[in-house]
Design a protein around this ligand. Structure first.
Ligand code: CP
Length: 389
C-alpha cells in the first residue's frame, strides 16, 4: 500500500492505519532532526505553498519540512493579493497551472471546502493548510502526534476542547480524529460557540463519547450552587481531564452579533486554574493565542503548546515524504473504504453555508451526500453544511 499521489484535505481522507503510518514516520523524522542527519528524500521535488490567509506555523513548518527533506519550496504568501487571484483567477485555474510546476501543493484558503475543490482539479497531491472554518487536517496530525508523545497514546484519554469550537477549524478535524482513535471528548464552549452539527454527526458515527459544558467554572465547580452542591463530583471531572486543548475566538469569522456576545472569560486558563488541574495534564493550543491562555501558564511544565508547534516539522516531513512516494509505509492493503453516497439530481440545490466554496466559485458542481441514519438530511460534499431549503 502506498500513500503516493494522495490528497489530504480532510482528516477522513486517511484511515486510522494511514494516520498511524504518518505518525510513526514522524517519529523517525524527529529522531533524524535531533541527530542533525541530512535527509535527501525529496531532492529535485518542488513544494508550492499557496496561502490565501495569514499563517506563521503551518506555512513555515511545511517549508522547513521540505528543506529538511532536501527538496525545493516556492512560496505564495498572501496569494489573494500576490497571485492572479487578485485579477479574478479561480481556484481551479490556479491549481491547474501550478501543477505544471509543482510536485505537491499546500493550500490555505478562507472558503470552506476550497481545498477539496482544488484537489478535484489538480493532478499532484493537494494538502489542506486549513479551509475556512471547516478543517485543518495537518494540525490534527500534529496534535495527535503531540498527545502520543506527551501522554503515551490517545485511546481512553479525556481531551477537553475549550474555546470557539464553532468557527475553529483545528478542533473540527481533531474532534473527529479523537473519536476515531477512542478518546473521550469534553467540550467547553460558550453558548452558541459549540461544535457544529456535522461534527456531532461524525463523532456519533464513530460511536465517540462527547460531553458539553459552557464554561471552565462548570468543570472546576465554582460557578453555581448546583455545581458546588456536587463539588466532589465536579472535582473528579477536573481530575479526569488528560489534555486541555485551547483555541482562540476566531474573530475574523464572527458575525457582528457573535462578536458582540463573544468573550474568552468563561474558558480562560491561568495559573490559578492550572493549580487545580492534574499534575500530569497537559495544555495544548494550536496557536496563535489571544486572551484565553495567560502568559503565566508558559513557565509550567504542563504547557505543551510550543513543543506542539515544534512537532509541526517532523510530522509534515513525514506527510510530504509519503505523499511524494519518497517513503513507502508499511500498510496492509486498505479494506474497502465506505464511499460517500452522493445524492442524485441535486446539482441545482445550494449549500446553506455562505462561506462554502460552491457559493463563490460558480463553475463548482454542487454535490450533496446523505448522512447515515438521517436519510432525509443532505450535507454539502465540500463543507458538510446542510443543503439550503
Ligand atoms: N496552528 C496554525 O494553523 O497556525 P498558523 O495559522 O500560524 O499557521
Amino acid at each position: 500500500m502506498t500513500l503516493a499521489g494522495r490528497d489530504l484535505v480532510s482528516i477522513n481522507d486517511f484511515s486510522n492505519a494511514e494516520i498511524e503510518a504518518v505518525l510513526d514516520l514522524a517519529d523517525e523524522m524527529n529522531l533524524a532532526l535531533k541527530e542533525k542527519k541530512v535527509l535527501d528524500l525529496c531532492r529535485g521535488k518542488e513544494l508550492y505553498t499557496v496561502f490565501y490567509e495569514p499563517s506563521t506555523r503551518t506555512r513555515s513548518s511545511f517549508e522547513t519540512a521540505m528543506h529538511r527533506l532536501g527538496g525545493n519550496v516556492v512560496s505564495h504568501a498572501e496569494a489573494q493579493v500576490t497571485s492572479s487571484v487578485a485579477k479574478g483567477e479561480t481556484i481551479s485555474d490556479t491549481v491547474r497551472v501550478l501543477e505544471k510546476f509543482a510536485d505537491i501543493i499546500v493550500m490555505r484558503h478562507h472558503l470552506d471546502g476550497s481545498t477539496r475543490l482544488a484537489a478535484e482539479y489538480c493532478d499532484v497531491p493537494v494538502i489542506s493548510g486549513g479551509d475556512g472554518a471547516h478543517e485543518h487536517p495537518t494540525q490534527t496530525l500534529v496534535d495527535l502526534y503531540t498527545i502520543g508523545k506527551e501522554k503515551g497514546g490517545i485511546k481512553g484519554k479525556n481531551i477537553a476542547l475549550c474555546g470557539d469550537l464553532r468557527h475553529g477549524r483545528t478542533v473540527h478535524s481533531l474532534a473527529i480524529a479523537l473519536a476515531r482513535f477512542g478518546a473521550q471528548v469534553t467540550c467547553i464552549a460558550p453558548n452558541g460557540f459549540g461544535l457544529p452539527d456535522h461534527i456531532h454527526d461524525a463523532i456519533r458515527a464513530y460511536k465517540g463519547k462527547i460531553t458539553e459544558y459552557r464554561s471552565l467554572e462548570e468543570i472546576v465547580g465554582e460557578g453555581s450552587l448546583a455545581v458546588q452542591h456536587q463539588k466532589g463530583f465536579t472535582n473528579l471531572l477536573l481530575e479526569s481531564i488528560d489534555v486541555f486543548y485551547f483555541t482562540r475566538l476566531q474573530r475574523e469569522r464572527l458575525s457582528s452579533d457573535d462578536s458582540n456576545n463573544a468573550s474568552e472569560e468563561s474558558y480562560r486558563i491561568n495559573r490559578q486554574l492550572l493549580e487545580k488541574s492534574r499534575e500530569d495534564a497537559i495544555i495544548m493550543h494550536p496557536l496563535p493565542r489571544t486572551n484565553e491562555l495567560a502568559y503565566e501558564v508558559d513557565k509550567d511544565k504542563r504547557a505543551a503548546y510550543f513543543r506542539q508547534a515544534g512537532y509541526g516539522v517532523p510530522v509534515r516531513m513525514a506527510l510530504i515524504a509519503l505523499l511524494l512516494g519518497a517513503v513507502e509505509p508499511k500498510l496492509e492493503p486498505n479494506p474497502k473504504k465506505d464511499a460517500v453516497k452522493l445524492a442524485k439530481d441535486v446539482s441545482d440545490a445550494r449549500c446553506s453555508n455562505d462561506r462554502c466554496v460552491t457559493n463563490a466559485e460558480r463553475y463548482a458542481v454542487r454535490k450533496f451526500y446523505r448522512v447515515p441514519g438521517k436519510a432525509q438530511l443532505l450535507r454539502c460534499y465540500y463543507c458538510d453544511w446542510p443543503l439550503k431549503n
